[in-house]
Structures are given as C-alpha cells and as structure tokens.
Design a protein around this ligand. Structure first.
Ligand code: ADP
Ligand code: MG
Length: 411
C-alpha cells in the first residue's frame, strides 16, 4: 500500500517536547459524541485514563470513559474538577467555547498546575467561524470559493453579490452535516434564506461545480513535527458524508501533494497542536479549493482505525500527550460507509427495522463500528463500516456488496 505521512517538519528521530504526559495520566475530552468515544478507545489502549465532560448522560463517549462529568462545557465547577483530575484536555466538538479552553490552559479553572490543552484555543476559535477560516485560507495562499460576509440587511444589497449567485448561504457558526445552509438562486431567495437562517451572520459562497471532494488529516505536535494521513475522497449525500475512499480513486498525485501541502501550511499558520482536518473541493478544471476545517478528528478519517498503522484518534492522543508522531502508513485499501439512522427505518415509512448486520459481517474485511446511540433518527450518524482489502478494487467491490445488503445506494 502507499506509504503516507512523510516529510515531517522535524527530524524523524523521536523527540518528546516537554511537558509530555506518560501513559497512566488522565486525559479529558470536552464533548461526548462518537469522536469522543473513539478517542477514549485509543487513549485507553495506550494506557491513559479518560474523563469526558458532556451534559448528555447517554452520550456515546460516556460508556467507555473512566469518568463522565455530566455538565455543560462552561460549568465552572465541572471545569475545576476536570482541571484538577486531568493532565491534558482535548475536544471532540469544535463548538466548545474557546474561552473555556483558554481558561483551562492558563490554569484559571482552579487546578494547581494548568493542564496541557490541545488544540489551542485560538485555533479552535478560528475554526468556529467560516469568515475567519476563509481569511486564514487567503492569508496562507490556499484558494477558497469566492465569498462574501452577510452580517446584516445592508449587506444583502451589495451589487458585488451578483457574482456569487447561484450560491450557498451558510451560517458563519454552528453549521454541520449541511445544517445551517441554504441554496440560493437569486437575490429574492437570498433575502428569504437569510431570514430563514435567523438573520445571523452568514457567508454567501458561489456554488462551484465540484468534480470531487477530498479531505486531508494532519497531526501536528508541540514541537512543530507534522504528519498526515493519505488523501481521502469523500462523497456527500444531502450535505452529509456518505462514503470515503482511500486511496482516492479520482485524485492524481499532484493534486494529492498540493492538498497535503496546503493542510500542513494551514496547521503551521495556526501554530496548531492536535489533529486537524481540511476539506477540499476539486473543480472540473482540476483546481483545488479549500472548503472548511475541523480542529479535531473527522468522519472522513475513521477508516484509519482499520486501514492504517496509526489511527487519527491515536494521533490525537499522541499530539496531546507530546508523544512522537511516527509517519502513518496505510496498510490496506479502505472504503468507509456511514451508517445513518435511516437504516433503522423501512424505506419510505416510519416503521422501525433492525439493519442486517450478520449479512454484512459475512463479507471479508468488514469492520463494523456502532456508536451505542439508543435512538435512531434519520440523518443521525449511528455508526460506520470500513471495508479493508489488499487493493482498492477489492475494497470497492466488497463495499458495494455491503451497501446493497444494507439497502444503501451504490457509489
Ligand atoms: P458542513 O459544515 O455542513 O460540512 P460544508 O461547508 O462542508 O458544511 O458543506 C457541506 C457540503 O455541501 C460540502 O461537502 C459540499 O458537498 C457542499 N458544498 C458546500 N459548499 C459548496 C460550494 N461552495 N459549492 C458547491 N458545493 C458546496
Ligand atoms: Mg463539511
């Protein structure tokens, strides 16, 4: 399989920048969703204890964690306890208030010694806002979609917006899985959509003709060492990731190299520490356009658990703990299928059904990951399935068969 993750900024020799957190230490994660759950798994297998801060008692990360503080992300008492008990703090959800991360890192949450916090508060704050993300793309020389800020009524009358229509209006904050977005064809639709989105600060982006979508996951340590996973090709359905294929079937080597270089440049520009995912579009003319960033592991990197010798979640542990970042190597071709709550319902009705797990587990190289969510809802991420194989064609063939057996569309 193709090796990846070369060209670290720092020498390959094991360098451990102080402070490093030895196995046995307690790490905390803010947020309790599936990304937190997979972080818990990775941290525990390296010998760490994990504390989850998450208000929902039934959240996926709560069950495997060594401790679950059931409180809001800004609950002073819970943050004080977390700072006393944890030597390192990370996030699995980018909308944790940046001020909380800042206070934790400065020792303001009541602990004797401030915990190590990664990713840094400033980088998380930047990634929380689509306009500041775009500003960083521009500053780092990474092309992005033509766009304009829509902060108030006046902005809707700007003549320059014509060049961005038809476009996509996206709330600047709190969007995910295509939520907080509206397709707008003309001025009238734009004004209506902006009001429908609550009249909050938005970004209007020109709708681009996408040939493909990619993502790149980098992991950057406190000493600036940076490694990456192979480039992932992503298929979205209705704004939600549906399929990730690695190696990326439609991406040439030059595009892959450019995407990795851009992601590394963005991480360095933010003095980033942790796992960062950058989403890209490839346009019909082959050009590469950055879409958005996630300051955490990403759904498109889940295949790394089964197909790489170090997963994105282990990279998150290593960057937080200050452990060496060995370059990841993909040892199997992989196709990941997201398992949304729709699978728990009969097609076109509200009647519940149980997905046919035995039928897909009978196929070779199928790795089923379910997040322990008790309530299935349409569009809700309930789990994923990664097919690994010796080559991309075999992984794809088995994944297509798995999709058919589950009732998922082909890709
Ligand atoms: P989210 O935070 O919901 O992931 P994105 O900005 O990544 O929001 O948009 C979700 C999906 O919508 C993208 O993966 C892509 O398929 C589509 N999309 C977003 N922006 C554009 C654009 N400017 N032109 C064409 N398609 C887009
Ligand atoms: Mg996205």
């Amino acid at each position: 399989m193709n090796a990846s993750g070369r060209e670290a900024d720092a020498p390959a020799a094991a360098r451990v920048a102080p402070p490093w957190l030895a196995p046995g230490a307690t790490l905390a994660v803010l947020g309790g969703g599936q990304l937190g759950r997979m972080f818990v798994h990775a941290a525990q297998s390296l010998g760490y204890r994990v504390l989850v801060l998450e208000p929902d008692a039934a959240a996926p990360a709560g069950a495997p964690a060594d401790g679950h503080l059931r409180a809001g992300y800004d609950d002073a008492q819970a943050l004080g306890e977390l700072a006393r008990r944890a030597a390192g703090v990370t996030i699995e959800f980018e909308n944790v208030p940046a001020a909380v991360l800042r206070r934790l890192a400065q020792g303001g949450a009541g602990a004797a010694a401030a915990p190590v916090v990664a990713p840094p508060a400033d980088a998380v704050q930047l990634c929380q806002h689509r306009m500041s993300e775009k500003a960083l793309f521009v500053r780092a020389g990474v092309p992005c979609a033509p766009h304009a800020a829509i902060a108030g009524d006046d902005d809707l009358h700007d003549a320059a917006l014509d060049a961005l229509l038809p476009g996509l209006l996206k709330t600047s904050r709190l969007g995910y899985d295509g939520k907080g977005q509206a397709a707008v064809a003309d001025r009238a639709e734009l004004a209506a959509a902006w009001r429908r989105l609550g009249g909050v600060p938005c970004v209007l982006e020109k709708r681009l003709a996408l040939a493909h979508e990619l993502s790149v996951i980098v992991a950057r340590g406190r000493d600036g060492a940076c490694v990456h996973l192979p480039v992932q090709q992503n298929l979205h359905r209705e704004g939600i990731l549906a399929v990730t294929q690695v190696p990326a079937p439609d991406v040439d080597a030059a595009t892959a190299t450019a995407a990795v270089a851009a992601a590394r440049r963005l991480a360095a520009a933010m003095s980033y520490v942790g796992v960062l995912c950058v989403e890209f579009f490839v346009l019909a003319d082959g050009s590469l356009v950055a879409n958005e960033m996630a300051p955490r592991p990403h759904n498109s990197g889940h295949y790394s658990i089964d197909a790489c010798d170090v997963s994105q979640f282990e990279l998150q542990v290593r960057t937080l703990a200050g452990l060496p970042l060995a370059p990841p190597r993909q040892h199997s071709a992989a196709v990941m299928l997201n398992l949304l709550g729709d699978l728990w319902f009969e097609a076109g009705s509200d009647d519940a059904r149980a997905p046919e797990w035995a039928a897909v587990l009978a196929l070779p190289g199928v790795h089923l990951h379910l997040y322990g969510k008790t309530e299935a809802r349409r569009g809700r991420k309930m789990g994923h399935l990664t097919v690994t194989a010796a080559d991309a064609a075999s992984a794809r063939a088995v994944a297509l068969e798995a999709a058919a057996r589950l009732g998922l569309p082909a890709f």
